[in-house]
Design a protein around this ligand. Structure first.
Ligand code: MN
Length: 515
């Protein structure tokens, strides 16, 4: 067993990041990228939790055939049945059952005794096993559980057919030595453990998720649960790209491989960042903007003479290409489509038409269109939230001795033209107020950020915003060479998401079948 299984939970734990909500189509696009990346398992969602999650898992099950698709379930019969309903038809379906094993959780949350927890775990794994031969079990909060109790639980679930046992550091409390020792203890003390795969699922509350994962792997774990860019609950999960590149770069030390095609890492990372609106810190390992930049003169000098003097990873290994120039304004539709296909995007005809029109518009303003520009453009097309309101026209006047004024025209839900104007403290404020007057959705702006996608003043500006409305957070993103237009697009994008969530909730209260 010299291969580590990469279990990606970007679409499940990653999607639980505060402020992130992905549509089904966005999840599917990420799943396509994960398949290209070569992950072994995609945890596509938690079907019992919402009809949207259920539908997304079912959609991914139908479309993605080369990868195991996993659905999460609590240790309860309805959740397991619902997970199976979503997964049935997958080429390689896995049900992942979890149940808390720490005293803190058993006493305060579950209100069950140890014996009850053991019996329930066993019964639920057996139930899942009735549906598929690929069943994973997780004793939640394992790192704060009594190891002797975990051994007993694992022994029982293995006996009834669990094929992977996953040890989660649910709250990010473990340290590497301790967590490695826990894995070793499990290997040494659980009868039947040699016939199943030991997995780990680490959180990053102390910044130790990747270190803990690697310590577990050194002690015999052969599946790592992780997310692209390390997104996830609270401080996030272990980051996929860091685990994979650590194993890859230090093969001399670990002696292990993965099935991941590392040249797909950068693109997948960008897509996840674009669709979730979770930007990547510049100093983030592997995929941060500065990860391959050298500032000090001595380092630059060394790199020019011989790259390996100061670089342990070749940027091309993660898919950062040296040549940045891809297309210009004379490029045709065919070349555009081909380039996107090479980049891993499969657009439907109407999406392609819109993206091509946007590309032509951009190429007019900016003479070199880079791969990064294209990614952002395509992400705009893939951000498939239904456009209840569409931005048709915007005009702003501002300056140091004028009152910022915005005129906004939208196309509404019934294709009607809606126009209004507003004053504001600044141009963005004026635009948002004008949109509010037209849309009438009560919400609060909680975050606003602008950044340029590529360098130079003619670059595209990317605006990410978060709004809070009706008890939830929604992220919106918009791009344009004009940052006021990008702001308006981002704001409407977030509002359209809120409206879609509202519609879905309304429909579901009627249509959701009891099971
Ligand atoms: Mn988790």
């Amino acid at each position: 067993m010299n291969r580590v299984t990469i279990f990606d939970t970007t679409l499940r734990d990653g999607e639980q990041s505060p402020g992130v909500s992905l549509t089904q189509e966005e999840k599917l696009e990420i799943a396509h990228h994960l398949e290209r990346l070569g992950v072994d398992v995609i945890e596509a969602g938690f079907p019992i939790t919402s009809p949207g999650d259920f539908a997304a898992v079912r959609l991914i099950t139908r479309e993605i055939k080369g990868t195991t698709i996993c659905g999460l379930a609590h240790a309860n019969p309805e959740a397991i049945d619902r997970a199976w309903e979503a997964l049935r038809g997958a080429q390689s379906p896995r049900i992942h059952v979890f149940l808390s094993s720490s005293d803190i959780h058993m006493v305060h949350q579950l209100r069950k005794s140890r014996e009850e927890v053991q019996e329930l775990a066993e019964a639920m794994v057996a139930r899942a096993r009735g549906y598929t031969s690929d069943v994973e079990f997780s004793p939640m909060d394992a790192s704060r559980s009594d190891p002797a109790f975990i051994y007993q639980v694992l022994e029982r679930v293995i006996r009834v057919g669990a094929t992977t046992v996953n040890i989660p550091d649910t709250v990010g409390y473990a340290t590497p030595e301790e967590f490695g020792a826990l894995i070793k203890g499990i290997r040494d003390n659980v009868p039947g453990i040699q016939d199943v795969v030991i997995s780990v699922h680490c959180h990053n509350d102390l910044g130790l998720a990747v270190a803990n994962t690697l310590a577990a792997i050194r002690n015999g774990a052969r599946q790592a649960e992780c997310t692209v860019n390390g997104i996830g609950e609270r401080a996030g999960n272990a980051s996929l790209e860091e685990i994979v590149m650590a194993l890859n770069t230090r093969k001399d030390f670990f002696g292990l491989t993965t099935n991941v095609d590392t040249t797909q890492i950068y693109r997948t990372s960008r897509l996840v960042s674009d669709l979730t609106g979770m930007s990547i810190q510049p100093n983030k390992a592997i995929v941060g903007a500065n990860a391959f930049r050298h500032q000090s003169g001595i380092h630059q000098d060394g790199i020019l003479k011989e790259r390996t003097t100061y670089e342990i990873i070749d940027a091309q290994a993660i898919g950062l290409s040296g040549s940045d120039l891809v297309l210009g304004k004379l490029s045709g539709r065919h070349a555009f489509k081909k380039r996107l296909e090479e980049m891993g995007y499969t657009l439907k005809d109407d999406e392609l038409n819109r993206a091509f029109a946007a590309f032509k518009e951009l190429a007019d303003k900016k003479h070199t269109v880079t791969e990064r520009d294209l990614e952002s453009l395509v992400a705009d097309e893939l951000r498939t939230v239904q456009e209840t309101y569409h931005l048709d026209h915007i005009q702003v006047s501002c300056g140091d001795h004028s009152v910022p004024t915005a005129t906004v025209r939208l196309i509404g839900p019934n294709k009607e033209m809606l126009a209004d104007a507003s004053l504001g403290n600044g141009p963005v404020d004026a635009v948002f107020k004008a949109i509010n007057q037209l849309v009438g959705v009560p919400c609060q702006l909680t975050e606003f950020s602008v950044k340029s996608i590529t360098e130079s003043t003619e670059a595209m500006g990317e605006v990410t915003i978060r709004i809070e409305g009706e008890g939830r957070m929604y992220t919106g993103r918009g791009t344009s060479t004009d940052i006021i237009v990008a702001s308006a697009k981002a704001y409407l994008n977030a509002i359209n998401r809120l409206l879609e969530a509202r519609r879905e909730a309304g429909e579901n209260s009627i249509a959701y079948p009891p099971s």
